[in-house]
Write a protein that binds this ligand. Structure first.
Ligand code: NAD
Ligand code: UGA
Length: 454
């Protein structure tokens, strides 16, 4: 077995993860392949115009690209050359047939397994990096090893990085999880993968942070971790509504409950609801799994996490509506931020998209600005009337009746809000759904201010 690594799928997961694996394992060759030639071309672009924006990513790619990291569309060649095959293809929610709207669409994953089998010319360790439902590895192993010339060992190695902090999360992970079969080949494969995460000369992840489990525990742990995180966001947002109704302050409530070491202070920020490509998809997957095993009460519980999230979008629009004198038609609203969180250009499942669609239904004129997400946003909202995309937040706010902050970009707090106030139609409203601005300062300038949970 050789030490070369190929990753199939050059997306948000494949690109950054392999860049850091290459950085921390300079003695291994790492190849990232994809069927999307444009994506590969962007990863290879001379001016480092990479397809994914992440703080610190460009520096890592500059260091390792062409040294021991390569991007290619030659999937067959890379599979032949590498004995360790990561699979990081997309696993979206299935939009047809059985499990529609809930289950994972596994067609990309299965196609990849068949490709690996077709081109392999020796034994391979196949590593699931994509988030998959429980027992997918077993299904893939069955396909791979059925009448096969070579031996395929499938491991589950879910990724826990968050976008916007991907490079930091990869360099200093809380834990690395490896699920593998408890037989001789399985144990050897787990050891081979653990060696990659240890890094050359043990310079990367400490052994005690590398957790090993059986394959199904690993697959379920990934879904469970995302579901627990999403649940915290929905819990704090559900409490935010109650704070608004009662005069309590969600920031104070979060501080108090977060001071309990059993609860912990992280992930208790009320906002416009969670976005991103994974929380909704993975919770729906859990709902589907529970339903498949007849665990209907558990399925309903997790479905509630999604319902509270969607309700949060409606609550934002309802509050705007009542605060803007029960009519929004023809009014201009400047939307500050379209990415699903700060420090990323990713707009998949962004709450801003859901809110924009609801506002378009009220015939609002929307001017949307974002430092990194305008290109993706334009694609998401193509065909929706009354939308203007504006690079400069001051231009977006000029003549507007309200500014609606939907992403917590740090630059928004540093804007000249006096200048913004003077350029707006009066009365001028700021609705800060991320609680990231100084509302007392805004009020003293003359703004009417709304925030979440206060
Ligand atoms: P993505 O859509 O950005 O990238 C997936 C890539 O796979 C695409 O470039 C696509 O062209 C490629 N692909 C699809 N089928 C292929 C095939 N047969 N052969 C070669 N390439 C193929 O998706 P992503 O955000 O990187 O997510 C990938 C997986 O990782 C998902 O299961 C997701 O749940 C999981 N994940 C994502 C994150 C994240 O932060 N985005 C974090 C943890 C886990
Ligand atoms: C999340 C998990 O944090 C990662 O561990 C996981 O690997 C990843 O999903 C995945 O599987 O894709 P990500 O979605 O990139 O990462 O970003 P998060 O920081 O988790 O934020 C998700 C959403 O929740 C964002 O819209 C964010 O604004 C929102 N959020 C988060 C809140 O509204 N409040 C909080 O307190 C925290």
């Amino acid at each position: 077995m050789n030490r070369n690594i190929v990753c199939i799928g050059a997306g948000y997961i494949g690109g950054p993860t392999m860049a850091v694996i290459a950085k921390m394992n300079p003695d291994r060759k790492v190849i990232v392949v994809d069927i999307n030639a444009d994506r590969i071309a962007a990863w290879n672009s001379a001016d480092f115009n990479l397809p994914v924006y992440e703080p610190g990513l460009e520096e890592v790619v500059r260091e390792v690209r062409g040294r021991n990291l390569f991007f290619s569309t030659d999937i067959a060649g890379a599979v032949k050359e590498c004995d360790i095959v990561f699979v990081g293809v997309n696993t979206p929610t299935k939009m047809f047939g059985r499990g529609m709207g809930r289950a994972s669409d596994l067609q990309f994953w299965e196609a990849t397994a068949r490709t690996i089998k077709e081109y392999a010319d020796g034994d391979k360790i196949v590593v699931e990096k994509s988030t998959l439902p429980v027992r997918t590895a077993a299904a893939m192993e069955a396909i791979l090893n059925d009448h096969a010339k070579y031996r395929f060992t499938v491991l589950s190695n879910p990724e826990f990085l968050a976008e916007g902090s991907a490079i930091k999360d990869l360099l200093e992970p809380d834990r690395v999880l490896i699920g593998g079969p408890d037989d001789e080949a399985g144990r050897a494969a787990v050891a081979a993968l653990a060696e990659i995460y240890a890094g050359t000369n043990g310079a990367w992840v400490r052994r005690e942070k590398i957790l090993t489990t059986n394959v199904w525990s690993a697959e379920l742990s990934k879904l469970a971790a995302n579901a627990m995180l999403a649940q915290r966001v929905s819990s704090i947002n559900a409490l935010a509504g109650l704070c608004e109704a009662t005069g309590a302050n969600i920031g104070e409530v979060a501080r108090v409950i977060g001071a309990d070491s059993r609860i912990g202070a992280k992930f208790l920020k009320a906002g416009p609801g969670f976005g991103g490509s994974c929380f909704k998809k993975d919770v729906l997957n859990l709902v589907y799994l529970c339903e498949s095993f007849g665990l209907h009460t558990a399925a309903e519980y997790w479905m509630g996490v999604i319902r509270v999230n969607e309700h949060q979008h409606e609550r934002i629009v309802n509050r705007l509506f009542t605060s803007m004198f029960n009519t929004l038609a023809g009014k201009k609203i400047a939307m500050f931020g379209f990415a699903f969180k700060a420090n990323t250009g990713d707009t998949r499942e962004t709450p801003a998209g859901a809110v924009a669609r609801l506002l378009a239904g009220e015939h609002v004129r929307l001017a949307i600005t974002d430092p990194k997400a305008i290109e993706n946003g334009k694609r998401d909202l193509a065909g929706l009337d009354g939308i203007e995309w504006v690079e400069d937040p001051y231009a977006a706010a000029a003549g507007a009746d309200a500014v609606l902050v939907l992403t917590d970009w740090s630059e928004y707090a540093a804007l000249d809000w006096k200048r913004i106030y003077e350029s707006m139609r009066k009365p001028a409203l700021v609705f800060d759904t991320r609680n990231c601005l100084d509302d007392a300062a805004l009020r003293s300038l003359g703004f009417r201010v709304l925030a979440v949970g206060r």
